[in-house]
Structures are given as C-alpha cells and as structure tokens.
Write a protein that binds this ligand. Sequence first.
Ligand code: SAH
Length: 216
Amino acid sequence: MSHEEDRARMVKNLQRSGYVKSKEVAEAMTAVPRHVFVPRRARGNAYADRPLPIGEGQTISAPHMVAMMLEKLDLMEGLKVLEIGGGSGYHAALAAYMVGEEGLVVSIERIGALAERAREVLKETRLEQRVVMVVGDGSLGWEKKAPYDRIFITCASPQIPPPLMDQLKDGGKLLIPLGSLHLQTLVLALKKGNKIKKKSYGGCMFVPLIGEYGFS
Ligand code: SAH
C-alpha cells in the first residue's frame, strides 16, 4: 500500500475512534506526510497509531495524541502558535498547515541536531515559511514573537512554565502534559485577564521537558 493510502486509512481510523473530530484536523492529517518526519528505518510504521523514535533518545507522539492535541487547540487561519518540543517537526507542520499562509508557528527544540533535521523536512513539505524552528530552552518561551494565540508543549512538565503564561495572549489557550516523569495529565489552560481556567483530559506519557522550568 502507498503512503497516501496508509495515511488516509490512519485518518479514517482516528475519526472512527473519535480522536479526529473536525474537518480541519482531518484535512491537515491527510495532507501532511508523517513518514518523511520519521527516520528511514521507522517509515514502515509511520502510519501505525504509535509513538516512534526520532533519534537522540526522543520520540514522535502517536497519531491519536497528536490529533487530540490539535482538536483541543482549536487552531484556525491566521493564528500565531508556539510549540515547545519541536522534535521531528511533524506536529509543527500540522499546526502550520492549519494556521494557513497568514499564520505562524514558532517551534522550540532543545537538541540542535533534531531542529536541523526538522528544518530540512519542513522544506520538503513546503511549510517552512510558516515555521520558525528555534534551538533553545522552550520553558523560557520565545519573547521575540510573543504574544501567542496558542501555546502547546509536547513534553512532560512538572508545572506550567511562568514565562509561557506571560507570553500567551489574553483569551489564548495553552496545552501541556503536566505531572511527573512517568505519568502526566493533558491540561488545557485558558487565560482570561489575570485568571487561568484549567481543564484536564486524562493520562498521557511524554518525554521530559528539560530546562529552567522543567525537569533538571
Ligand atoms: N512535537 C514533536 C515530538 C516531540 S518529543 C514531534 O512532532 O516530533 C519532545 C521534544 O521536546 C524532544 O525532541 C526534546 O528534545 C524536546 N525538549 C525537551 N525539553 C525541551 C526544552 N526545554 N525546550 C525545547 N525542547 C525540549
């Protein structure tokens, strides 16, 4: 079966199981190839619903987790989005697809080699103009393009890093796996004035956020 057919089947399965709900997320996951973001030896499994190694001891999340996060983020054209944990660039590419030509995704990755590879793959998918891949400690955010409409963290954190809340727009949404090294809860935080409303969406497991406001 071709990658396109595998991808279409993956999206159908995610719709059936309720992880993909909106037309927008379905379109993005159908359009953006996951296989080009994973190392060659893992490509045969690129459309299976499981996490995959991307090198440097890091992993790309399973498609159902990526879909769930995209749905909760409620992305739309023109939004400015910050991702912490750029990894392979796959999640950033999907977000970039959804925010369209007028939108922007800033993605911060701690490991230079991963960021470099992600930049190359993003070029292949022609989404590189909408994605700024930065190397650094994402727990500090990225002041240069702040404030952001949406912020999502694709690694586990013991707390919501305060700089990220500061860099979120009023009315903005932040999505983060909060908890210990081995188990987290996916939490959506809504910022309204000086209030933060939080909703929890069940257990998940991510690699750790390593940095000033993450794990040391
Ligand atoms: N979203 C990625 C998957 C990320 S895995 C994808 O679609 O492929 C989590 C990533 O977070 C890893 O690559 C890890 O190196 C990175 N990371 C960990 N701590 C970080 C920090 N403080 N700042 C930025 N990236 C960090």
